[in-house]
Ligand binder design. Structure first.
Ligand code: KIV
Ligand code: NA
Length: 266
């Protein structure tokens, strides 16, 4: 088997082979992803795609730990990163350290991810100085939906300098990589060229050092809405619907269970 990917190995991939990243929330999905990916993220997107919440704001540390533990059991090669949920780190560096250390010790993940640029730089420096590798996340930050009011493309026009400053701040603070969400290609290229850590894009063009998608989006399992930046590599939702409909018809027709699914008396 391949050796486990480390944060240092991810950092060393800057400007080299693209980093392949995906989310996972369960053990069996983690096994499938682990066979091909460099990084597995237990994203707080699980609130929406697994738990039916309207945004990621309602996700708790307990939810992240439970799913982190499940994914850990299915991960042997990829770097395992777990998202810090809304409300668990923003109050200050010490609070963030307590949450991050708890997530790491209880799940066995190798790194945490948090949303925020310049605002979170001090916290990122505090964590990395205390042996917690941090993946940062700038551009569109879904945990800020209640103040930003939506999921719009970030960094257009004069706003580009803000996103660039955020990316520079998290790199200088010691993050080993940074997710760039929903920004235009020229800005993604500018950031990727300006900072010494890998950029991992989602809706952020091929100019990034790596890519990430939400697994349920790319497999066609989560279909409540369809972000324009997602490519559907499968239609598992449709396949499941057809399978469940066939099962329902068989049960109603008493054609399932068949003799081969039925135990004889002896
Ligand atoms: O929560 C998540 O899944 C994420 C990635 C899509 C970057 O933050
Ligand atoms: Na997230």
């Amino acid at each position: 088997p391949r050796k486990a990917v480390t944060p240092a190995a991810v950092l060393a991939r800057k400007g080299r082979e693209p980093l392949v990243c995906l989310t996972a929330y369960t053990t069996p999905m983690a096994r499938l992803v682990d066979a091909h990916a460099d990084v597995i993220l237990v994203g707080d997107s699980l609130g929406m795609v697994v738990h039916g919440l309207p945004s990621t704001v309602g996700v708790t540390t307990e939810m992240m730990i439970l799913h982190g533990q499940a994914v850990r059991r299915g991960t042997s090669n990829a770097l395992l990163v777990v998202d810090m949920p809304f409300g668990s780190y923003e109050a200050g560096p010490a609070r963030a350290f307590e949450t991050a250390a708890r997530i790491m010790t209880e799940t066995g993940c190798a790194a945490v991810k948090l949303e925020g640029g310049e605002t979170m730089a001090e916290t990122i420096a505090f964590l990395t100085a205390r042996s917690i590798p941090v993946m940062a996340h700038v551009g569109l930050m879904p945990q800020q939906v209640n103040t930003t009011g939506g999921y719009r493309v970030q960094g257009r026009g004069a706003d580009a300098d803000r996103v660039l400053a955020d990316a520079k701040a998290v790199a200088e603070a010691g993050a080993f990589s940074v997710v760039l969400e929903k920004i235009a290609e020229p800005l993604a290229r500018r950031i990727t060229e300006a900072i010494p850590i890998p950029t991992i894009g989602i809706g952020a063009s091929p100019a990034c050092d790596g890519q990430i998608l939400v697994i349920d989006d790319m497999l066609g399992l989560f279909t409540d809405f369809r972000p324009s930046f997602v490519r559907r590599y499968a239609e598992l939702g449709q396949a499941a619907d057809a399978a469940i409909a066939a099962y329902a018809a068989d049960v109603r027709a008493r054609t399932f269970p068949a003799p081969e699914h039925t135990f004889p008396d002896a």
